[in-house]
Structure formats: structure tokens, C-alpha cells
Design a binder for this molecule. Structure first.
Ligand code: GLU
Length: 443
């Protein structure tokens, strides 16, 4: 049977590095096994879900190259969830509970004061008909809880290994709120069954849910999938990942930070695993290297600085043909030799624009030693400048003037580019070309 995985974001916010790590792990597993990747939009919370967030999720995933094979929205499927809820009610596994949230709070406080775990006491299960009728007359709507078995639920987690959840230590989960809306728990299981999901890969914060959801899979007569729970991302200092660490939304990394998709994927595929982090320009390499066995159970550290470093390395690795179109869009397509010259100096692709100006001009030459620059202009090799011209030129200037090192090179760089730093001069010289070189030296 071939694998089928899903990524199931709720469109209640922007996609960030934590979600994308989950999406990526799903994609890598699907692609490695020749399986199917489903994008499910978990929008049962009609109040908080927006179309704009959903569109943002699709845009971000597409930009990252995490393309889905199938997609649907939960909000189109309420009839399925109603049918499943009905089935559970008939089996006596979904029961109405009438406590208000204040009453539940009070119960938990008392339990804590008595040193007991704050587990729901199932009081609503033993209400008499009259009591229920009284609540109904009062206009109190019940919420609906799934009746857990009270037995341990175990599975071999793809990442955590042998895992057991003692359902006796859990409150019966609420599947339907007072207002009739669904929490994520039941719709997710209904969809996973119907879509034939073989493997659920998600964050470790869902491990306890999985215990309850496995019982719901069984109650609905579905096949229980395999599970893999990833340790969560934390900041570089081991603390909670928070906004303080810089922008973590994918849209911001793309638009404000100039981060390349493959820098994000290269980092997120490897943090929290035993593999070294390396700049990778091709997702196939990440697919080939993927293995659940490499994941650590310790939280994975996400360092925005590391992402920036990796971004520069990814840019250096990209070929001219990978970036040609984007260079053209920003008016900086200087051809393959241009790309070769400037790529090692880029932290973000948009930096190419200023290097392109440095070649095409206008450039304000900085000439501090006019005499030396005049000598240099006279010593410029004859004819078209090429890859050997810089060496020939500085070689003869060295002989003529006795200068060496920085004193020899720096005035030339400053006169030709107006900058102290920049791409390799031997590559820049032919790109600037004879006419502009002479023009700048004689400025
Ligand atoms: N919508 C849920 C979430 O974002 C999905 C969790 C799951 O993968 O089952 O947390």
C-alpha cells in the first residue's frame, strides 16, 4: 500500500517555520516513498479562519516548492462530521455534558486542592432524565464529549518509538462545543479515514491527542494510521520560539528578509536530526537523505542567524539559469559571467542589483592618488579586457610603481567601483569593459 500523508494547517494565522517543518517532513516522506501529499485546510472554526490566511498558506507552500497532490477544506464537509457524530452518539461514545466553563474551572480547582489530577469526573454521564430536561428548559446547550476507554493506548511512533497514553488520566475530549461547532479532533479523524491517510506526521504537542484520536479511529471503524510526532522547534537559546527571534512567518522571510526557499528547506529538513546542516539547492537531495531514524527526541533549535548564513550559501550554489528570470525582473540580468562574479558576494538575491549598477554605472569613482591612477590608466592592457587582464595589469603596475598588496589593488578597486569591497576584480574588469574602465580612471 502506498503512503498518504497530510499537512493540515488551520487558516487562523500566517504560515511560520514551525508549521513548515511539519509540512516539509510530510512531503519528504511522501516523495521518498512515492506516496501522496494532501493539503487539508482545517477551517471548521468559521470565526477565526479567513480566506486571506488560506490563500497565504497556499502561496507560501507553492513558493517553497511543497506542492500538494490533493487538497480540500474541512468547511465543505460538515455533513460528514455530523454523520460521524451521530454514529458515535448511537454507540454511546459521544455524550452530552452540561457544565459551564465556570463550573468546570471550579471542579478543577477542587481537584488540584485535593492533589488529584484535573480530569473531568463524567458527572454529566449520570444525570437523570429530569435533570437533563431541567437544563434543556433553562436553555442550556450541552457540549459533547467522547467517552474514552480508560485503557492505555500504545503505538510505535516513527520518531518517539514505543509510546503509551493512559486514557484514564485524560478528560473525555470535547468534540462538539455548546454552539454546535466542531473542535479539530473529530473532523480530523473522519477526514484521515476517508482520505486513507497512512501516516500522520505532526508536532509533539499532539501526542496526547493521538491517544484519544486512536480510540476515535477505532470507534468509527477506521484503520489507525502510523504516527510520527516531531519534537517542537525552540529558539537558538533553547527558549520558546517567539517573535522576539525575528520574523518567523514565511511571507516575511520571503518579502522582507530575502530568504531563498531552499535555505528554509535546507535548514528545516536538518535541524533536530543527526545530519549536518548544509546548503542544498535541490529538494531531491533532502528527499534522498530523509529518514525518521535521524530525528532526535530533543527540541530542535531554530536560529535565524543560521538561516541567513545558509541563505548566502544557497545563493552561491545557485546557477545562473536558476536565477536568470528573477535577475531580469529586478533589472539586474548581467549574464552568466556577471552571476559568477557576484554570487559569492550576495547575502540576498536583491543585492545583485547594486553590483549590477556597479558594472553598468553610474559609479562615482573614488580617486585619492591621482598620479597612481593616471599611471594605471596608461598601463591598462591593450584590446578587449578578459579574465587574464587584471593579473596582467596589476603585474605591470607592480613593476612600474613598486607597489604591492593593498596599496596596489585598493586604489584601482575604489576608482573603478567606488567601493572598498566587492566581487573579484579579475571577473569584474571584463564586465565593466575597456571604455567604462578608462572613463572611470580618468574621472
Ligand atoms: N489543524 C491542526 C493543527 O494545526 C492539525 C493537526 C494535525 O496535523 O492533525 O494543529
Amino acid at each position: 500500500m502506498s503512503t498518504k500523508v497530510r499537512f493540515a494547517p488551520s487558516p487562523t494565522g500566517k504560515l511560520h517555520v514551525g508549521n513548515v517543518r511539519t509540512a516539509l517532513t510530510n512531503v519528504l516522506h511522501a516523495r521518498q516513498t512515492g506516496g501522496t501529499f494532501l493539503l487539508r485546510i482545517d477551517d471548521t472554526d468559521l470565526e477565526r479562519s479567513t480566506k486571506a490566511f488560506e490563500d497565504g498558506i497556499r502561496t507560501d507552500l507553492t513558493w517553497l516548492g511543497l506542492v500538494w497532490d490533493e487538497t480540500f477544506n474541512q468547511s465543505d464537509r460538515f455533513d460528514k462530521y455530523d454523520a460521524a457524530a451521530q454514529k458515535l452518539k448511537e454507540a454511546g461514545l459521544l455524550y452530552p455534558a452540561y457544565e459551564t466553563s465556570d463550573e468546570l474551572d471550579r471542579k478543577r480547582k477542587i481537584q488540584r486542592a485535593q492533589g488529584k489530577p484535573p480530569v473531568y469526573d463524567r458527572a454529566s454521564l449520570s444525570l437523570t432524565r429530569d435533570q437533563i430536561a431541567a437544563y434543556d428548559a433553562e436553555g442550556r446547550n450541552p457540549h459533547w464529549r467522547f467517552k474514552l476507554s480508560g485503557k492505555p493506548v500504545s503505538w510505535t511512533d516513527l520518531i518517539r518509538g514505543e509510546t503509551t497514553i493512559e486514557t484514564s488520566s485524560l478528560s473525555d475530549p470535547i468534540l462538539i462545543r455548546e454552539d454546535g461547532s466542531y473542535l479539530y479532533t473529530l473532523p480530523s479523524v473522519v477526514d484521515d479515514i476517508e482520505a486513507g491517510i497512512t501516516t500522520i506526521i505532526r508536532g509533539e504537542d499532539h501526542t496526547t491527542n493521538s491517544g484519544a484520536q486512536i480510540e476515535i479511529f477505532e470507534a468509527l471503524g477506521g484503520k489507525v494510521p502510523e504516527f510520527g510526532h516531531q519534537a517542537l522547534l525552540v529558539g537558538a537559546d533553547g527558549g520558546k520560539l517567539s517573535k522576539r527571534l525575528g520574523t518567523l512567518a514565511i511571507g516575511d522571510l520571503r518579502e522582507s528578509e530575502g530568504i531563498e526557499p531552499m535555505a528554509i528547506l535546507s535548514l528545516l529538513a536538518k535541524i533536530g536530526t543527526s545530519d549536518a546542516i548544509d546548503a542544498c539547492t535541490d529538494i531531491q537531495t533532502l528527499i534522498d537523505q530523509f529518514s525518521f531514524d535521524k530525528f532526535s527526541r530533543a527540541p530542535a533549535r531554530f536560529d535565524p542567524k543560521e538561516l541567513k548564513r545558509l541563505n548566502a550559501r544557497v545563493l552561491h550554489e545557485l546557477s545562473y539559469f536558476d536565477v536568470k528570470e528573477r535577475l531580469a525582473e529586478m533589472g539586474a540580468d548581467g549574464g552568466e559571467a556577471f552571476w559568477h562574479a557576484v554570487a559569492p558576494n550576495l547575502e540576498r538575491l536583491s543585492d545583485a542589483k547594486s553590483w549590477h549598477t556597479l558594472i553598468e554605472g553610474p559609479v562615482t569613482p573614488v580617486i585619492e592618488e591621482a598620479e597612481y591612477i593616471a599611471e594605471a590608466a596608461a598601463a591598462l592592457p591593450e584590446g578587449e579586457l578578459d579574465g587574464t587582464s587584471w593579473e596582467a595589469w596589476t603585474g605591470s603596475l607592480k613593476e612600474i610603481t613598486g607597489r604591492k598588496g593593498k596599496a596596489l589593488f585598493m586604489p584601482l578597486r575604489m576608482a573603478l567601483t567606488g567601493e572598498q569591497h566587492g566581487p573579484d576584480m579579475s571577473e569584474l574588469l571584463p564586465l565593466i569593459g575597456r571604455d567604462r574602465v578608462l572613463e572611470r580612471l580618468k574621472a
